[in-house]
Design a protein around this ligand. Structure first.
Ligand SMILES: Nc1nc2c(c(=O)[nH]1)N[C@H]1C(S)=C(S)[C@@H](COP(=O)(O)OP(=O)(O)OC[C@H]3O[C@@H](n4cnc5c(=O)[nH]c(N)nc54)[C@H](O)[C@@H]3O)O[C@H]1N2
Ligand SMILES: Nc1nc2c(c(=O)[nH]1)N[C@H]1C(S)=C(S)[C@@H](COP(=O)(O)OP(=O)(O)OC[C@H]3O[C@@H](n4cnc5c(=O)[nH]c(N)nc54)[C@H](O)[C@@H]3O)O[C@H]1N2
Ligand SMILES: [Mo]
Length: 782
């Protein structure tokens, strides 16, 4: 039997701190995952469920987007994958009785952990205007309410349609069609806060917004640089791939302000060596860089390679540079001009250390750079990633075995959602194909990204919000601004599996539309439906849930969207025409699509390149490797058809005296805004989350004490020159091995500190890894 959900929020007074761990996974990981699984699902369902994760014809793990290996282990064990599954396959339920017992105002007072722990949503619910409680509503009434609201808008651009990254390809494709059929490209997604900087930099320089390596390349690399990523927690299966690379002779360099456990040593639970002999030392070198110093690091590498080429030759791949690239001279001039002392200041490393790292690149036969949020969530992230590309281009490390760029995606289908058209800035080619397939004209004007959507709701320009999964309120920056923005809207609609903050901070009216997750059997039209997802390396495969759904009242995401399409597009005349639309709507057999997802795949085949025979291949359980120009044939779809060197002025954060630069990151016991538990085992934090990790010398210099409770106050200078302050109350100071001047605390508790307008250049991603704060002592008794 599953245990009862918690009765109260996290009690931060129970927080304990111990020494950080130097290795990841091993037996404690297996035990922890099993304990959480048993609490949520009981023993029998735990075993049934965990043996199906990532198996052929099983379900795709709703955890991360790291690819599966060809030969799958019987239990592809990953602690955090198991926790993600337990969270979804839980036996706890949030039904009408729950909502009758808890007024929304009370729910809004609970923390994200408490909300998420209550269980799976089981019925469509509505919050009427002025009501204190949600009440049950039928699907027909709920969907009619959405359709009526959309029809009543003055323009479709008043509506915002958010997507998180778990939505299947089939649901995502239909959802973007719904939105474009209404006449808007307002399709912000979690990517805007995640790998948008990667997409921006890679599209410009390589002509594709995705990585250029396969899992085989990881195994074959000679040098792997893992920068700004904590795979031991967030992509644990990546550690197995790194272990394999290592066994094949690869050198691994970890670049991080924090000595993250998984990067240091890895105890693989799949092997005897891992479990008994204490595992593999993964990183050959840990480079403890200052927050935001990575552009300087990659410029230092480039500068060293160019200097060494000038001195002795033999370092650059001249053939590749001549045949496939442009912009080399401008890049070389920029690297000649940048000064070593500045590179030292920015990174916190000496010239000798920087040259030693660069020398590893100089002698590597094939280099891959992997990264995640540590590189994408800074003001100068796009420039940083352009400089990563520059280094790889110098050595011809794109489009050959064991070499390339590897942005490691977060959500399990975030990359697929983009491929399906969830994007506020769609390409003309995609829209033209969509027009042809559905006999309509999709809007061409760009829509809102996440930050623009918040501004539009804040300013009253958008009045309707729909979330296809995710937790918009907690995941976005500047929490108080976002809450006020959503409260101004007329209707908020959340398609969700679990209760979260976005259900309790609402528009004047609100709907909760409960849906199936990856693990649930999806029976439609009399048979089990499968869906498809794309992993971080562009491989698409099928996913089929097998567990009995949490209630008979759930509709799949596909069904919800297909029914909205039917209501909005088939019924134009009866409903008195769509005032939101000036063009004819898209045409399709919506009810048939709902009853057979294969028909959606046939549409996708004709609209999205690379999906030939998609449905046949999915039905046969095949993996589809999407075409990748740079990887497959060194073809670069950039403005000049070449891979582009870029000259980027060096940037790095400058921290005012008496202040710290704060990064907001994930604990080991959370999935974004979903909090599985209260521990961050590898970092030695137990039983609580409100901590700020600070270098011991800074603790002393700032005159606070180890263990003292402080407020975090962020300071940000707006475009008008006025300094804005934001406060997150009551964090315990924990001494931690982070560079001087840098600090770390968990997301989403600290999102309130990130100003809405503080975004990365070009990509618009909130600067969640770069927040200037001061620690404010609390008045006695506060
Ligand atoms: N279990 C679990 N798995 C997950 C998630 C989860 O929450 N839980 N989230 C998923 C999602 S959506 C994503 S995007 C990924 C996130 O995966 P990660 O990017 O690994 O997640 P973060 O916790 O944000 O960690 C950022 C890492 O970058 C480092 N870092 C921060 N700033 C800098 C910097 O300036 N330079 C360098 N070199 N390093 C820096 C931090 O110390 C930390 O190690 O994981 C995915 N997988
Ligand atoms: N300060 C700070 N902020 C950040 C980040 C950071 O590092 N620091 N990271 C950013 C990143 S990388 C990301 S990706 C975003 C994440 O932003 P989101 O994707 O919006 O957030 P999640 O917490 O992953 O969403 C969890 C909710 O999704 C719903 N859900 C889960 N599975 C399904 C499903 O299969 N279908 C449907 N319909 N709903 C489902 C559940 O109701 C659950 O409560 O946050 C960003 N925000
Ligand atoms: Mo993400």
């Amino acid at each position: 039997m599953a245990t009862k959900p918690p009765a109260s929020d996290i009690d931060e007074s129970l927080l304990r701190v111990s020494a950080p761990k130097t290795h990841a996974v091993g037996i404690p990981a297996v035990m922890h995952a099993l304990r959480i699984s048993y609490e949520q699902m009981g023993v029998a369902r735990s075993i049934q469920t965990l043996t199906q994760v990532n198996q052929k014809d099983g379900f795709d793990c709703p955890g991360c987007a790291w690819p599966e290996e060809d030969r799958r282990h019987l239990a592809e064990f990953c602690e955090n994958g198991a926790k993600a599954v337990a969270e979804e396959a839980t036996l706890r339920r949030v039904g009408p009785e729950f909502f009758a017992a808890h007024p929304v105002a009370e729910l809004a007072g609970h923390d994200d952990w408490w909300l998420g722990q209550q269980g799976r949503l089981t019925h469509p619910m509505v919050l009427d205007e002025g009501a204190t409680h949600y009440r049950p509503i039928s699907w027909d009434d709920a969907l009619a309410m959405v359709a009526a609201e959309l029809r009543g808008l003055e323009t479709p651009d008043q509506a915002v349609f958010y997507t998180s990254g778990r939505t299947s390809n089939e649901a995502a494709f239909l959802y973007q069609l719904l939105v474009r059929g209404l006449g808007t490209n307002n399709l912000p997604d979690c990517s805007n806060m995640c790998h948008e900087s990667s997409g921006s930099a890679l599209t410009e320089t390589l002509g594709i917004g995705k990585g250029t390596v396969s899992i085989g390349d990881i195994h074959a690399a000679d040098l792997l640089i893992v920068a700004g990523q904590n795979p031991g927690t967030n992509h644990p299966r990546m550690l197995s791939a790194l272990e394999k690379a290592k066994a094949n002779g690869a050198t691994i360099i970890a670049v991080n302000p924090l000595p993250e456990a998984g990067l240091v040593r890895f105890e693989n639970p799949q092997t005897v060596k891992g479990m008994i002999l204490g595992g593999t030392k993964l990183a050959d070198r840990f480079v403890q860089i200052r927050l935001g110093g990575d552009q300087a690091l990659f410029q230092a590498i480039g500068k060293h390679l160019l200097e060494r080429e000038d001195a002795a030759g033999g370092v650059l791949d001249h053939d590749f540079i001549a045949a496939h690239t442009s912009g080399f001279d401008a890049y070389r001039a920029e690297m000649a001009a940048v000064a070593w002392p500045e590179l030292e200041t920015a990174t916190g490393l000496t010239e000798a250390e920087l040259r030693e790292i660069a020398e590893k690149v100089a002698v590597s036969k094939a280099t891959i750079v992997c990264w995640a949020m540590g590189l994408t969530q800074h003001k100068h992230s796009v420039a940083t990633l352009r400089d990563v590309v520059n280094v790889l281009l110098l050595r011809g490390d794109i489009g050959r075995p064991g070499a390339g760029v590897c942005p490691v995606r977060g959500h399990s289908n975030v990359q697929g959602d983009r491929t399906m058209g969830i994007y506020e800035k769609p390409s003309e080619a995609f829209l033209a194909a969509l027009d042809d397939e559905f006999a309509f004209t999709a809007p061409r004007a760009h829509g809102f990204d996440t930050v623009a959507a918040i501004r539009a709701m804040r300013d009253g320009d958008a009045t309707f919000f729909m979330g296809m999964g995710g937790n918009f309120v907690s995941a976005t920056p500047d929490t108080e601004v976002v809450e006020a923005a959503l409260r101004r809207t007329s209707l908020t609609v959340q398609v969700s599996t679990k209760l979260n903050r976005s259900h309790v901070v609402t528009g004047r009216r609100a709907l909760i539309l409960p849906t199936l997750g990856r693990t649930d059997r999806d029976e439609r039209g009399g048979r089990d439906q499968r869906v498809s997802v794309e992993d971080s390396m562009g491989a698409v495969h099928s996913s089929r849930g097998r567990l009995a759904p949490p209630s008979g009242d759930l509709l799949s995401e596909v069904a919800i969207v297909a029914r909205l399409c039917a209501l909005l597009f088939d019924d134009v005349d009866a409903a008195g025409a769509a005032s939101t639309r000036s063009v004819p709507p898209p045409r399709a057999e919506w009810a048939a699509l709902e009853a057979d997802y294969a028909l959606i795949r046939r549409h996708i085949e004709r609209v999205v390149p690379g999906f030939d025979d998609f449905d046949k291949r999915i039905e046969r359980g095949r993996t589809i490797f999407l075409p990748n120009g740079p990887r497959d044939e060194r073809r670069f779809a950039t403005v000049d058809g070449r891979a582009r060197f870029t000259a980027n002025a060096l940037e790095y954060p400058v921290i005012p005296p008496g202040r710290l630069l704060l990064q907001t990151l994930r604990s080991h016991d959370q999935y974004n805004t979903t909090i599985y538990g209260k521990d961050d085992r590898y970092r030695g934090i137990h039983g609580g989350r409100r901590v700020v990790m600070v270098n011991p010398d800074d603790i002393e210099a700032l005159g606070v004490a180890d263990g003292e409770i402080v407020d975090l106050v962020s300071e940000w200078t707006g475009p008008d020159g006025i300094v804005q302050h934001r406060r997150a109350a009551a964090f315990r100071v924990v001494p931690y091995p982070t560079p001087r001047g840098n600090a770390a605390a968990y997301y989403p508790e600290t999102n309130v500190l990130v100003p809405l307008d503080s975004v990365a250049d070009v990509s618009g991603t909130p600067t969640s890894k770069s927040v200037i704060v001061r620690l404010e002592r609390r008045a006695a008794g506060a």
